[in-house]
Design a protein around this ligand. Structure first.
Ligand code: ATP
Length: 533
């Protein structure tokens, strides 16, 4: 990962000062023309966009109905509007936020055959073309663009870049939220590479047949571009910071009822799952539209778990609701419009995402500390002595917190740089947990165990045992899942203990209860289980 610094850091600090930006989800409606098939079967178009923001139901035969006839959104697009127009006048601003370190998502929602895939294919390509163009125009920055794609089919998550059909697991990460384990990420090289990856995805996507749409997509598809950028000027220097964000292109499966698609058998099973995910999406949107009160059931479906940040979280979001104008689809069109009405009340809180190196973070915290101290030295006129004391106390707490963070970061850096140290004396365990990794150092008079870089469920474990009383050093490198590493570790330790039994037999351990003789193996395994699993 590269680095930005100086001006960029200042710019970022300013942006952070301005805080996260709260805004409503952008809701766009796209009405498609009647299809040839619909025209051939004498279908009537009952919906019309009367201006740029309003869509009207024009069935005079239905007068007296309790449903509203006019619906207003951020933007509505008539049947003769091109996808480029939908992109430029709708989704563009939100999608391109990603190059400035802001997460963004574009969804297509609507019944089968209403034009979701037709719309999202164009939106995805236009966005990537503009991202490439932006990258070429900003040579002062180094960009890395990573492409990944999944589908959620019958509530199983599949990697669309892999021929392996094994469902991917979702994991909860305290920092990054829900992450998809073992997902393939391709570093995007150029336009032809994008086309190649998109055609792999298309081939992998589950295609089924329903009575409504001969090539109906039966799964939810999420294409994700993760973009990291750093100023070339600071590449490789210690005070590195990187802008990191991703944009999701979400093509949902049809929102219609399974019955209407004349589904049966497999199609019916798909329908119920599709509706479970969409039902949860609807519930989440409905709850969010009424404010953030109470529990929001993101975890009830894979779709809402993965898309949680786009639904009221740290992202800018646009939803394109696609509609068929046909009279026979009026019920589904109304359902889609109802969903769209709820979605336009949902707010998200996007912020610039910056990944900093330790050095840059320490620098940032020191600056913040200095700012707080200077604020303290020149306080504004307090309205009363009580206000002034409260302010002072608050600042003290903030300063103390910052100082603690700086101490902690410095300690971590020292340990990372000089962690390969031998602690003489009693067996001791130092455990440091930071955002991404856990470092455990077990050390003792006779031996030292050092384990580091334990990230999520992938463990990179280095066990180094050094016999202090002898010159020999044994290095064992193990890699795998936590359980696999624990098993291997147990075997390796037993081998070592057998060969160096005498040395370890007298290994002592000082606990609160006093000095005791200890076999280090169970203690080590217990400590690992407690802290890592
Ligand atoms: N705005 C439009 N203008 C012209 N043709 C359109 C438009 N939108 C969709 N179509 C056509 O309608 C048909 C169905 O569109 P599409 O496959 O995108 O629907 P969908 O909503 O993705 O359906 P499903 O949920 O079943 O995947 C396609 O043949 C597509 O070319």
């Amino acid at each position: 990962m590269g680095a930005i610094g100086g001006e960029d850091l200042m710019k970022w600090e300013k942006m952070q000062g301005a805080g996260a930006r709260e805004e409503k989800i952008l809701v766009l409606v796209r009405l498609r023309p009647l299809s040839e098939k619909e025209v051939a079967s004498n279908e009537v178009a009952d919906w019309e966009c009367i201006n740029d923001t309003t869509i009207l139901y024009r069935n005079t035969l239905r007068e007296g109905s309790t449903f509203p006839t006019a619906y207003t959104f951020d933007r509505v697009f008539r049947g003769d509007c091109s996808t480029r127009q939908v992109y430029e006048e709708g989704a563009q601003q939100i999608a391109l936020s990603v190059v400035n370190g802001i997460n963004s998502s574009i969804f297509a929602y609507g019944q089968t055959s209403s034009g979701k895939t037709y719309t999202m294919d164009g939106i995805t390509e236009f966005t990537v073309a503009e991202i490439f163009d932006y990258i070429h125009r900003h040579e002062e920055r180094a960009f890395v663009v990573k492409f990944s794609a999944i589908e959620i089919y019958n509530e199983a998550v599949r990697d669309l870049l892999s021929s392996d059909n094994t469902p991917l697991r979702l994991l909860d990460d305290p920092e990054r939220g829900t992450i998809i384990e073992k997902i393939t990420e391709e570093v995007l090289r150029d336009w032809s590479h994008l086309k190649e990856l998109l055609s792999i995805c298309e081939a992998q996507r589950q295609i089924g047949e329903t009575a409504l749409n001969e090539k109906s997509s039966r799964s939810h598809q999420i294409i994700r571009l993760a973009i990291e950028s750093s100023a070339r000027e600071f590449l490789g220097k210690g005070n590195s910071t990187t802008l990191a964000a991703s944009v999701n292109f979400v093509d949902l499966a049809g929102s219609e009822r399974a019955a209407q698609a004349l589904s049966a058998g497999t199609r019916l099973k798909e329908g119920s799952h599709i509706n479970r995910s969409l039902l949860t999406l609807g519930t989440v949107i409905r709850k969010l539209s009424k404010g953030r009160h109470g529990h929001i059931n993101y975890r009830d479906s894979k779709l809402t778990r993965i898309l949680q940040p786009c639904l009221g979280g740290n992202a800018r979001t646009a939803i394109i609701c696609t509609l068929s104008p046909a009279r026979s689809h009026v019920e589904q069109t109304r359902n889609t419009l109802l969903f769209a009405c709820c979605a336009k009340e949902v707010t998200t809180k996007a912020q610039v995402n910056v990944v900093m190196s330790d050095k840059a973070l320490v620098k940032h915290l020191q600056k913040e500390l200095a700012r707080l101290e200077s604020e303290l030295r020149t306080p504004g006129p307090p309205s009363s002595t009580c206000d002034y004391t409260t302010l002072l106390r608050k600042k003290d707490v903030q300063i103390e917190k910052m100082e603690k963070e700086i101490r902690e970061l410095k300690k971590q850096r020292v340990l990372l740089n000089h962690g390969w140290r031998i602690y003489y004396g009693w067996l001791e365990m130092i455990m440091i947990q930071d955002k991404l990794q856990t470092i455990i150092i077990l050390s003792g008079k006779q031996g030292m165990f050092r384990m580091m870089n334990i990230q999520y469920h992938q463990v990179w474990l280095i066990l180094i045992i050094r016999m202090v009383s002898e010159s020999s050093t044994i290095h064992i490198l193990m890699k795998g899942t936590v359980r696999a590493v624990l098993r291997k570790l147990q075997v390796e330790l037993q081998k070592i203990l057998m060969t160096t039994a005498k040395k370890f037999a007298v290994l002592r351990w000082k606990s609160q209860a006093g000095t005791r003789t200890l076999d280090p193996l169970p203690y080590l395994l217990l400590a690992m289980k407690e802290h890592l699993l």
